[in-house]
Design a protein around this ligand. Sequence first.
Ligand code: FE2
Ligand code: FE2
Length: 184
Amino acid sequence: MRISVTILQYDHGIVRQVLDVVGELVRTHRAPQHIPELQEAVAFLEQFLDRFHHAKEELFLFPAAADECPKIAGTLDHLKKEHAEAHGTIGTILKAIKADDVETMETEIRKLVDLMTVHISEEENQVFPIIENELQLETDATIHAQYERFTVKEFGKDYYQAAEEFANDIQERLLGPGYFKGIA
Ligand SMILES: [Fe+2]
Ligand SMILES: [Fe+2]
């Protein structure tokens, strides 16, 4: 086990939960009735996914992994390009919401959900197993300490608690409690 990977997998759970909620709302054509909540959800993703999760990958794990697991260096570059793409798409969604452009908002939300679903699967299935095997334990501990410092300094020590609460709350408000339990 590598704690530096486990923490990112945990982040993915929170990201997926919020993406599932916004994706489901668009899929079932209910987005126009819930613009303020969608704005909140996408603003959350702008912070938690773009400025928190992707930043931890790019600043700490990926550079160390490129060094110690060189066979995935090319894949890490491609994942970073997808982070930039997600950053752009999130910005476009927020702009579309402000401009009351529901069609663009829906198209770009679908794009973000599709992009991140594939991206997260690639990290979890192809990249993280190699890092788990090859990253030095000492490096793992260093990255963990870097994550902790970055989190507390930039987001506050209770950030995870707030993020989890937000994900559960937005799911409950938009879809009702236990919405995804019957779907598998
Ligand atoms: Fe990523
Ligand atoms: Fe990730």
